[in-house]
Each structure stands twice: as C-alpha cells, then as structure tokens.
Design a protein around this ligand. Structure first.
Ligand code: PXP
Length: 236
C-alpha cells in the first residue's frame, strides 16, 4: 500500500501571507523522510496554493512518485505534458469550492475527459481519474483508457453511523469493479487517523492520498518545539 502525502495545505498557509514559508517543497522532503511513498500536489487553475515554481522544483527533487492533480484545463494539461509527473490524477475544479468537492463527472464530460486522458497518455503519463463510487463512471474510466481510479472517500468520511457503513459498501463494490476492469485502485479525500483503516483494508487498494489530516497533525505535534525554539531565539 502506498501513501501519497498531499502538501497543498502547506502551500495554502504560505499563500495566506504571500511569503516564502512554509515551503511545500521542504514539506515534501520531510514527508519522504517520514516514509511517504508519493507526493501529491494539485496545480489549480486559480493557483490558490501550489504555484508553477513548486511543481518545477518538486519535479527535480522528488524521487518517490510525484502525482499531479489537475483539471481538464488546457493550460495545466500543457504544463503536465512538459514536466511529466509520474502520475496525473484528473479532478473536477470549481473556483468557488473550498476543496475538491466530488468526483469527476466522467459520464457527462466523457469527451473532454477522454481527450485529456489521451493527451497525457501520449506524453507517457499514467492517468488516474478521481471518481465517486459510481458504476457507470467506473465503466467509462476503463473505456477511455484510465490506468487507475482514485475513489472519492469524502462522502464516507463525512457520514456517521449506519450511513458510513452504506458509503463503505459503495466504495467496496466500486473497488471490485475497478480491479475487474484491470485498473489500479486508489482512494482519497477526507481520510484521517480514525477512518483510514477501513479504506486501507479494501482488497486490492494500492494508493491512498492524504493531506489535511497529516498536515493538521503536523501543526499540533510540532507546535511545542516551535515555541521553545522562538523562546530560545528571543533569549539569543
Ligand atoms: N485526493 C484528491 C483527488 C484530492 O483532491 C484531495 C484534496 O486535495 C485529496 C486526495 C486529499 O484530501 P485531504 O486533504 O482531505 O486528505
């Protein structure tokens, strides 16, 4: 099982001040030291967190799997084809959303997604599609040549009690179909230390992409040391 650590949230903090720290490139290096099997970043059309510069340096410095999330947008697709990350994950994007709020509607936007998959594959980049656990979407993913499907676990993560069991079963059923169709099985969104195990236990699961929970925990476990170091800097 591979853990892809999403460092977008580090860039979000940096962009809040339009400064140089914290640097998602440094965060990626530390994540790898901690055992990350991959680094995931989303180069959004609005560049609200990860910047082009980040991606350029990550491409040169990340020697584990570099997974680029992107929308079917010509500008970002061209950057992906030039930089050739180890994997591209196509995601939906809406300017007003707080974060990616659902899977790609590959049934409705089949032609557009299919063109993007072909473009990326022609640049030798394996493509993963971020999808809700929807059977029709999974079938289309296989038909248009996706190498992998990343199941959107947001609904599962937000559900409570019996509703969570229902969401888990939807993910398990979709997972079986993804594997039967010969695609790799990935999952992500909203996974945390409490809810990850059921998803990691789905047979055939190969890659989990996790950001918010890890960066949130890093802020808290690192705070005490950060304050101590500032006290020491004040004292000279
Ligand atoms: N996978 C995809 C496709 C995403 O868009 C995101 C959020 O950027 C994640 C995984 C990680 O989600 P989270 O930050 O909730 O762990």
């Amino acid at each position: 099982m591979e853990l892809g650590v999403n460092v977008d949230h580090v860039a979000t903090l940096r962009q809040a001040r339009r400064t140089y720290e914290p640097d998602p490139v440094s965060a990626a290096a530390l994540a790898v030291l901690g055992g990350a099997d991959g680094i995931t970043v989303h180069l959004r059309e609005d560049r609200r967190h990860i910047q082009d510069r980040d991606l350029e340096i990550l491409k040169q410095t990340v020697f584990v799997k570099l997974n680029l999330e992107l929308a079917c947008n010509q500008d970002v697709l061209a950057i992906a084809c030039r930089l050739r990350p180890d994997q591209a994950t196509l995601v939906p994007e809406r300017r007003e959303e707080v974060t990616t709020e659902g899977g790609l509607d590959v049934v409705r936007f089949r032609e557009q997604v299919s063109r993007a998959v072909t473009l990326l594959r022609d640049a030798s980049i394996p493509v993963s599609l971020f999808l809700d656990p929807d059977m029709e979407a999974v079938e289309v993913a296989a038909e248009i040549g996706a190498a992998a499907v990343e199941l959107h676990t947001g609904q599962y993560a937000h559900a409570r009690g019996a509703a969570r069991e229902i969401e888990l079963r939807k993910l398990q059923t979709a997972a079986r179909r993804i594997l039967d169709l010969g695609m790799a099985l990935h999952a992500g969104h909203g996974l945390n230390y409490q809810n990850v195990f059921s998803i990691a236990s789905i047979p055939g699961m190969r890659e989990l992409n996790i950001g918010h929970a890890i960066i949130s925990r890093a802020v808290l476990v690192g705070l005490e040391r950060a304050v101590r170091e500032m006290k020491s800097a004040i004292q000279g």
